[in-house]
Ligand binder design. Structure first.
Ligand code: HEM
Length: 389
C-alpha cells in the first residue's frame, strides 16, 4: 500500500518520514493528497541521476493539450518543456541571469534590504511579511520592470496555483486572474517600452516568431512565480533554523564570514523546493531496482536527497560551516535553477544585513507553534513571529 502524503503531520516535519523511506530504498510509491499514486525518489544518487535522465521528462514525449486557454497560457514555459523547446526558451532569458549581471544588482539589493530593516517595528512582528517576502519580490519586479504594488494580489493567486489540491476549487479563478494580470503588464510595456527584462522579452516576441504570445505570458509567469515563492522560503527557513537554536544565530552574528556556507546549509537542510516539478517517463525505466513503466509520473525528492547520509556527513546536523555541500536544492541537469545566482545573492545580503542590524532578534513563539505551508512542491512557513530584541 503506498504511503499517504496527505497526512497533515507529514508537512509539520517530513524529515522522519523521508529518513525511514530512504532506509527502505531509493524509490517508492506514494499516494498524494489528490489521491494520485506516483513514484517518489528519496536517495541522493538516484535523484541526481533522474534529474539528468532524458527518459524522465517534462512532457512524456507528447505535445500536451491543456484543457483550456488559460492553462495553455501558463504552461508554455521552460520548466514544463523538453528540448528543443526548452533550449530555445531558456536561451532567451539566460543572458539576464549570468553571474556577472546578477552581481551588478548587489548595491540595489542591499538598499532594498536596508530599507526594509529601517521599517521593522519595535514590537513583535512577522519576519516573513516584513522581510523574507518583500525583498525578493521587490528585486524580481525591478528586474522585470513591473510595479511591486500588485504583489499582494499576485501572491494570493500564485499561492493558489502552486498550493496543489488544498486550493483546487480556487485554481481556475486564480489562473484566469493571473493570465489577465500578465496580459495587462504586457500591454502597458508595449505602450511604453523600457530597458527592463519584460520589454526585452516583448521585443523578442514582437520582432519574430521565436516566442509565441502564450510562451511570453508563461515566461513572465514562471519568473514572477520563482521570484515570489522560493527565495522567500530560503530566507524564512534560514531564519527559522537560526532563531530556533539561538546559539546558531549568535554564531552567525559573531562570524558573518560564514554567511555564504550557512546559506548553502539552509538550502540543503530545509530545501525551499521540496520535490522537483512534475516529470513523467517516456519509456520503461529502471530506478533503484524498480521498473517504472512508460508514462509513469515521478517525483524527485530534493529535500530527502539533501538529507541522505550516504552523501552528507552528519546529514541531520545543521553545520553553518559545512565545507563540501553538493546539495540538489536548485535541481540538476538542463532545468538547473536559472535564478540560483540571484537567490544566493539575495539570501547572503539578507542575512548579512539582518545579523548586523538586529543581533538581538529572537523567536516570539514556541517552535511548535510554527505552521508550514501545505503541498509537496514548496517548503516554507506561513509566518515567523519574532521580537526585535
Ligand atoms: C528551476 C529552485 C529561485 C528561476 C528551478 C529548479 C529548482 C529551483 C529546484 C528545478 C526544478 C525542476 O527541475 O523540476 C529554486 C530555489 C530558489 C529559486 C530553491 C530560491 C531559493 C529562483 C529565482 C528565479 C528562478 C529567484 C528567477 C527569478 C527559475 C527558472 C527555472 C528554475 C526560470 C526553470 C529552469 C529550466 O527549466 O531550465 N529552481 N529556485 N529560481 N528556477 Fe529556481
Amino acid at each position: 500500500m503506498p504511503d499517504n502524503l496527505a497526512d497533515p503531520t507529514f508537512h509539520a516535519n517530513p524529515h522522519p518520514s523521508y529518513a525511514s523511506w530512504r532506509r527502505e530504498g531509493p524509490i517508492r510509491q506514494v499516494r498524494l493528497a489528490s489521491g494520485a499514486v506516483v513514484w517518489l525518489i528519496t536517495r541522493y544518487d538516484e535523484a541526481r541521476r533522474a534529474l539528468a535522465d532524458p527518459r524522465i521528462s517534462k512532457t512524456g514525449g507528447d505535445d500536451r493539450h491543456p484543457s483550456n486557454a488559460v492553462e495553455q497560457a501558463l504552461s508554455r514555459h521552460m520548466l514544463a518543456a523538453d528540448p528543443p523547446d526548452h533550449t530555445r526558451l531558456r536561451r532567451l532569458v539566460s543572458a539576464a541571469f549570468t553571474a556577472r549581471r546578477i552581481e551588478a544588482l548587489r548595491p540595489r539589493i542591499s538598499d532594498i534590504a536596508e530599507d526594509l530593516l529601517d521599517r521593522f517595528p519595535g514590537t513583535p512582528f512577522d519576519l516573513i511579511d516584513a522581510y523574507a517576502f518583500p525583498l525578493p519580490i521587490q528585486v524580481i519586479c525591478e528586474l522585470l520592470g513591473i510595479p511591486a504594488d500588485d504583489r499582494d494580489a499576485f501572491r494570493a493567486w500564485s499561492d493558489i496555483i502552486v498550493g496543489g489540491v488544498a486550493y483546487q476549487d480556487q485554481f481556475p479563478g486564480a489562473a484566469a486572474a493571473m493570465v489577465g494580470y500578465i496580459q495587462g503588464l504586457l500591454a502597458a510595456r508595449r505602450a511604453e517600452p523600457g530597458e527592463d527584462l519584460l520589454s526585452g522579452l516583448i521585443g523578442v516576441r514582437d520582432s519574430g516568431d521565436s516566442l509565441t504570445e502564450d510562451e511570453l505570458i508563461s515566461m513572465v509567469f514562471l519568473l514572477l512565480l520563482a521570484g515570489h515563492e522560493t527565495t522567500v522560503n530560503l530566507i524564512g527557513n534560514g531564519a527559522y533554523l537560526l532563531l530556533s537554536r539561538p546559539e546558531r544565530w549568535e554564531r552567525l552574528c559573531a562570524e558573518p564570514a560564514l554567511i555564504p556556507t550557512a546559506v548553502e546549509e539552509f538550502l540543503r537542510y530545509e530545501s525551499p523546493v521540496e520535490t522537483a516539478t512534475y516529470r513523467i517517463t517516456t519509456e520503461e525505466v529502471e530506478i533503484g531496482g524498480c521498473t517504472l513503466p512508460a508514462r509513469s509520473p515521478v517525483l524527485i525528492g530534493l529535500l530527502s536527497a539533501n538529507h541522505d547520509g550516504d552523501r552528507f556527513d552528519d546529514a541531520d546536523d545543521v553545520a553553518l560551516d559545512r565545507a563540501h555541500n553538493p546539495h540538489l536544492a536548485f535541481g540538476h541537469g538542463i532545468h538547473y535553477c536559472l535564478g540560483a545566482p540571484l537567490a544566493r545573492l539575495e539570501a547572503q545580503i539578507a542575512f548579512t544585513a539582518l545579523t548586523r542590524r538586529y543581533p538581538g532578534l529572537r523567536l516570539a513563539v514556541d517552535e511548535s507553534e510554527l505552521v508550514w505551508r501545505p503541498g509537496l512542491l514548496l517548503r516554507g512557513l506561513f509566518t515567523l513571529p519574532v521580537t526585535p530584541g
